[in-house]
Design a protein around this ligand. Structure first.
Ligand SMILES: C[S@@+](CC[C@H](N)C(=O)[O-])C[C@H]1O[C@@H](n2cnc3c(N)ncnc32)[C@H](O)[C@@H]1O
Length: 342
């Protein structure tokens, strides 16, 4: 839980925080951090390189300096260490396209509809849930490509830290771009995966899988996970950012379908935004759950502890959890008992 605020300036930081977000996105959109990669530059040099007028660039640079994304020494600007690592296009840990495409272009405008979501006013939501968003091929393409940029990092981290123990068959439910299937197949040579998602999303996944040269090990099911059939005999079922994106009333059905599709002893992996067990934070996880109200009014936030309770109720055992993205996501792992066939 955060320390309760006492100072009006702390309230201002929250109220005006969106201006800092926009400063970051504007800088990414003109590749400012790329222009500063590995060097210090004056305003004149940056005007020449970006083509932005001096008065406006100076104003943006002052804002970015004030919030710590860049630093200034005398009249030269340089990237802060975090900007140099994560915001320079082409750098190994570059994360900027995720902010540009999913946060700035989709979630930011969608949040105009948060009040409607809170009020339960389904006539004025941004989209009719993710199914509505992904029903439009262009939106599905933009969302899924951006999601890929955001998911590859945690997917590689999960693949490195979680031992699949020689598993051969995995069903990736709501698998999106296939980021997790790709990372897990790359790490586990014996593994074959099936990505299940809406048709327009699978079109995008096929492109990423082909690019990763894994078309012979990853196949697809174009279906609604709630209503469609799931293939049985799975060693592993993965749901990454799925439960946070569906109605609370779908959880029991999804957990039952996973049970039926797993072989005895198979494991269910749930990677998602996760509150701490007291459900008082962390702030980023809580805000990620909240933002979904732009598109659906029937979802719910949860912790690893509340999830574990539901999993136990379905008969799953050996339930454990670990942090994947600090302050934002966790992985909850459980198993269908080895002696259960039904
Ligand atoms: C936030 S994205 C996460 C994608 C991927 N699992 C990842 O971690 O990168 C959620 C995905 O769940 C899919 N999804 C949501 N509801 C679904 C449903 N009822 N059936 C199939 N897919 C669904 C969406 O289309 C989207 O691709």
């Amino acid at each position: 839980m955060a320390t309760p605020l006492t100072d009006v300036r702390d309230i201002s930081r929250i109220a005006y925080g969106f201006m800092g977000s926009k400063a970051l996105f504007a800088a990414l959109n003109i590749d400012l951090f790329g222009h500063l990669a590995g060097s210090s530059k004056t305003l004149d040099m940056l005007v020449e390189e970006t083509g932005v007028a001096a008065n406006r660039l100076k104003t943006l640079l002052a804002a970015l300096t004030a919030i710590g994304l860049i630093a200034r020494e005398a009249d030269a600007y340089r990237n802060s260490p975090a900007s140099e690592r994560y915001l320079v296009r082409g750098a190994p840990a570059y994360f900027g396209d995720y902010y540009r495409f999913q946060i700035d272009r989709q979630i930011y405008p969608a949040l105009e509809h948060l009040d409607a979501g809170i009020a339960g006013d389904t006539q004025h939501l941004a989209f009719d849930s993710l199914a509505g968003l992904t029903g439009n091929p262009q939106e599905a393409d933009a969302f899924t490509r951006a999601q890929h940029a955001g998911s590859m990092g945690p997917a590689v981290m999960l693949a490195r830290t979680f031992d699949l123990n020689g598993s051969r068959r995995m069903l990736d439910v709501g698998g999106g771009s296939g980021a997790f299937s790709i990372a897990l197949c790359q790490r586990n040579p014996e593994l074959r995966a099936t990505v299940l998602d809406f048709p327009n999303v699978i079109d995008v996944a096929e492109r990423f899988v082909t690019e990763a040269k894994l078309a012979h090990r990853i196949d697809y099911i174009r279906a609604d996970a709630v209503n469609g059939a799931w293939p049985s005999g799975q060693d592993v079922i993965l749901m990454s950012y799925l439960l946070s994106a569906v109605a609370e009333s779908s959880f029991p059905l999804l957990l039952t379908k996973a049970w039926e599709a797993l072989r005895p002893g198979g494991r269910l992996l749930i990677h998602d935004f996760m509150l701490d067990d007291e459900e008082t934070g962390p702030a980023l996880a809580a805000l990620w759950f909240l933002q979904y109200l732009w598109g659906r009014i029937d979802g719910i936030s949860f912790s690893a502890a509340t999830l574990a309770e539901q999993l136990r109720g379905h008969g799953y055992e050996n339930i454990s959890d670990q942090v994947i993205i600090p302050e934002i996501t966790k992985l909850v792992v459980c198993a269908k008992p080895a002696d259960r066939t039904g």
